[in-house]
Structure formats: C-alpha cells, structure tokens
Design a protein around this ligand. Structure first.
Ligand code: GAP
Length: 496
C-alpha cells in the first residue's frame, strides 16, 4: 500500500493537487486541483451522476444554493447538534477532537529514560515506564481542558451589516437542499414513490482536526442522493425503507468495484447505536483501506422521516406525498447514500498506485479504470525534429480530442514519455514514427499506421490511422485490450 507522503508528492509533481495559496505559505487543509486533478474529479462526479441519475428511471437532479435560510439549519438540528467535542492543550494551545484523542501516536517525556522525549504508538502505554497518555498528545506537557461542544458549521454574514440578524452558514451537507425542495420537485415532476433527488456540490465544515491530505478538509465536494420511500409499503416482505436501504448499500459498494477499486480494499461497517446521527435509524459506511487505515468513504443512512417532518413543522408548509392507494398523505422515509468526491478521488488514486520493476528499472503506474483516468490517450511523435511526424501526430491528437481527452507530448525521448503517461494513468499511447509517414526525400511512402501501447501490459499493436476511432471506441467503451489486440499485428516496442 502506497504511503500518504508518496501520494502527496506525486499529486503535486504531476499536477493533480496543490496546496492552496502555496506562495503565501499555504492554507491549512485547503487544496487546489491542478490540470489532471480537475479531470479526475470531473470523471468521478460525472460517473456518479450518470449511474445514480441518468441511467435510473427513478432519480432526478437538483442544484441548490450553498447559502440557505438560517432557519434550515435550526430545523435540521445542525445548529444544536452538529458538533464535535473539543479539548485544548493549556500549554501549547493546540485543539483536538476529544473522541479521536487516542487514535494518534502521542509525545511522551519518559522519567525512566535519559533521552526522554519520544513518540508512543496510538493506544499503547510507554514501554519503559508503563504510563498512558494523560497530557497533550502533541507537546506531551500540557494538561487538557474538559471537552466542550464545538459547532462545525462555518458562519458568515449576508449583506453589509455584520450583526446576528445577518448570520447564515455555508452548508455543511448538500442534503438539506433536497429536503426543502421536496415539494417543488414533486409538483414539477409528478413522481411516484419511491424516487430520488440527487445533487453534487461543495460543503463546508470547520473541522477541528482536518488532515491526511484531502481525506478531511474544511471545504469539500459531496455527491448525495435522497431516495424517498413510502413507509407504509413493503417490498419482498420487508418494510420499504429497510428494503431500499439494503439495495443502496449494495449498489454503492458495487459502484466502487465497478470503477476498479479492489474488493479487498473495501468493506462495509455497520454503525453502532451510540454513533448514529440524530436523524438516523441505521447507517452503514462503505470503508476503504486508505494509507491511514480503514476509514469511511461513503455513508448510507436511513434518515427516516426526520428531515421532512422537521422542515414541515418549522416552516408550516406541507411536505407530504399523497398515497393514492391508501387515500392518505404520508411523510416519506429517506435513504441517503452520501459520498465525497475528494475522498473518492483519494481512494481511486491510492488503489491505482503501483510500483514495479521493468527491465531493471522502477516503473510507477496508476492503473486507473479507463473511465476514471484523467487523460485517455497520449499521442507521441517518435522524432520531434521531423516536421511531418509532428504534424501527423497533432492531426491525430486533434481528431481524437473531439471524443476523448487526448494530449500531445514531445518533450522527451519515447521511453520517458511512456513512463510519464504511466505515472498519470493514461491507458493508451499512440506513437507516430517514420514508418507512419514514410520519407519523401528517399521516395518512401508511409504505411499510414501508428502504434498503440496499452498501459498495464505495455503491449503494442500496429493500427491504421483510419481505424483509431473505432478501436478507441471499443477500448474506451469497455472492450478488452486482448480482444482488440488479437485483430492487429503486435509491434516490437520502441522504448516500451
Ligand atoms: N448528508 C450526510 C452527510 O453529509 P457525512 O458522512 O457527514 O454524511 C458524507 O458525509 C461524505 O462526505 C463522507 O463519507 C465523506 O466522503 C465526505 N466528507 C464528509 N466530511 C468531509 C470532510 N471534512 N472532508 C472531506 N470529505 C468529507
């Protein structure tokens, strides 16, 4: 498993992710997505949207504003309950989440050792003096204050006057936009239960201890679905909410597998009663084996009718569905698969990362699923000094770019160009060489063929330029390399 430092360094070097405001010393826990990161993120968001909205008959989309009426957050329970317990170190003044204190290694000044300051692994006592952590885990000296509840919502003011009346919040989840628009969507679309409303967008949380790269940040992007079901119905002998909860747990687990995350790095975790959010009847996390250990990738909760009921109570507006069969108004239950774009990106990046040895040299390769890969095809001229080769390579790049994200690169020798594309996860390279264009000075005519190289096997085939569209249509539409390669002559690798 690749470590976090290696990922952070690759992400910066190759233009996936940069520290925010780096030239000013950086802004803690905020990150900017570079040329490759923005494509990768867009692919994750678009695939989620395609699979959760477009391909389904029972889900529609929404884009609510980030700023909402402040009463939304009182009704939803966020003002009162969206808190983490926080403690302060009286010596170094650092802040920690009280419930996570024991999860990290701690600094200890051991009385039983001469050179006495060192780090003790999480949850373990000092192996010299047997002491357990009682002081600040960071400086090892300060007493910690009693835990206080700290609200995670980021406050702001609307309008020119910064007083209490102008206070509102940057949304901490996209979900509430779907609840407050439930009736609007219902009236506009005349949907029958069960149906879902989906949304992707930025959320903000003033996390006490953000960190671990893009795993926990204060500004992040969510992909959430609120799937409304009729609590009076049963499906296959089960209450509809429980049936659909199970369906969505399986769907969401399968989604990560479908786009290449290895099954051994995924697992489901049932929330204990004590950790359930105030609105949830049951919650199951899809967890991924990140470099920091098994952690939440996505939560799938049964939110019951809590949110619709609360918004109806506080707003005085009806948020019900008329059940024709039972001739009664019902408040739907909600099944909510809630994923993070950034956290998914970290999982896809971690899982794709492989290091191997090829002919005595280290090869770093990101084995992204082709639909996840930021760049699908790289067109490379074998000789950048030959104008005819360069011109043909550009023409091919421009043609392919109409359908797939395709780049041109001639900034190094072919072997190095291949390695660069491997390291950013480009599934296919197309190489234009002397054979392709021929040599006019010698009266030689080109064969009009190029070499396609596949990232994972490094196999190469020779394909007529006119067939590139159909070949990539097959390969990038889910076709197997082996099946396509069987139809073309293998090529001896130039630079592999
Ligand atoms: N509406 C329910 C909800 O927001 P959540 O478990 O708090 O549930 C859903 O968040 C997902 O959003 C998480 O599984 C994670 O992927 C992402 N997420 C939450 N907080 C995050 C943070 N501070 N930084 C990055 N991603 C975060």
């Amino acid at each position: 498993m690749v470590d976090m430092d290696t990922l952070v360094s690759l992400a910066k070097r190759r233009g996936f992710i940069f520290q925010s405001s780096e030239i000013y010393g950086g802004l803690g826990s905020c990150w900017d997505y570079g040329p490759l990161g923005v494509e990768l993120k867009r692919n994750i968001r678009n695939l989620w949207w395609r699979d959760v909205v477009h391909l389904r008959r029972d889900v529609v989309g929404l884009e609510a504003s980030i700023l909402m009426h402040p009463t939304v957050w009182r009704a939803s329970g966020h003002v009162e309950r969206f808190t983490d317990p926080m403690v302060d170190c009286r010596a170094c003044k650092r802040r920690f989440r009280a419930d996570k204190l024991d999860e990290d290694p701690w600094t200890h000044y051991c009385p039983a050792r001469k050179e006495n300051k060192f780090e003790v692994p999480a949850r373990e006592p000092c192996k010299h003096c047997g002491a357990l952590r009682t002081l600040c885990p960071e400086c090892g000296k300060g007493e910690l204050t009693e835990p206080r509840q700290f609200n995670l919502m980021l406050k702001t003011f609307l309008g020119p006057v910064e007083d209490e009346a102008a206070v509102t919040y940057l949304r901490p989840e996209t979900a509430q936009g779907m609840f407050v628009n439930f009736d609007n969507v219902l009236q506009a679309t005349r949907r029958k239960l069960p149906f879902g409303i989906a949304q992707t967008g930025r959320s903000f949380r003033n996390e006490i201890t953000p960190g671990n790269f893009i795993f926990r940040t204060r500004e992040f992007e969510q992909m959430e679905l609120e799937f409304f079901v009729n609590p009076h119905e049963t499906v296959d002998g089960q209450p509809a909410d429980e049936y659909w909860h199970e369906v969505w747990i399986q769907q969401r687990f399968g989604w990560y597998q479908k786009y290449g995350i290895r099954t051994e790095n995924l697992r489901l975790r049932e929330h204990g009663k004590e950790e359930l959010a105030h609105y949830a009847k049951r919650c199951v996390d899809v967890e991924y084996r990140f470099a920091i250990g098994w952690s939440e990738l996505e939560g799938i909760a049964n939110r019951t009718d809590y949110d619709l009921r609360r918004h109806a109570e506080v707003s005085g507006k009806s948020l019900t569905y008329f059940d024709d069969e039972r001739r009664t108004h019902v408040v739907p239950y909600v099944i909510e698969p809630a994923a993070g774009v950034d956290r998914s990106l970290l999982a896809f990046l971690t899982d794709a990362h492989h290091t191997e040895e090829v002919r005595g040299e280290k090869r770093v390769v990101l084995r992204f699923h082709p639909e996840i890969a930021p760049i699908k095809i790289a067109v490379l001229p074998l000789l950048k000094k030959r104008e005819d080769i360069v011109a043909r390579a550009w023409t091919i790049r421009d043609d392919l770019a109409r359908r797939w994200v395709t780049v041109y690169d001639d900034t190094a020798a072919i072997g190095r160009l291949y390695r660069r594309q491997d390291e950013i996860g480009t599934p296919y390279c197309v190489t234009v060489d002397v054979q392709t264009v021929g040599d006019a000075a010698k009266g030689e005519v080109g064969d009009g063929k190029v070499t396609i190289r596949e990232r994972d096997s490094m196999e190469q085939i020779r394909v007529p330029i006119g067939e590139l569209g159909s070949v990539f249509g097959t390969l990038l539409g889910g076709g197997a390399w082996s099946a396509v390669a069987a139809g073309y002559p293998a090529q001896a690798p130039p630079g592999s």
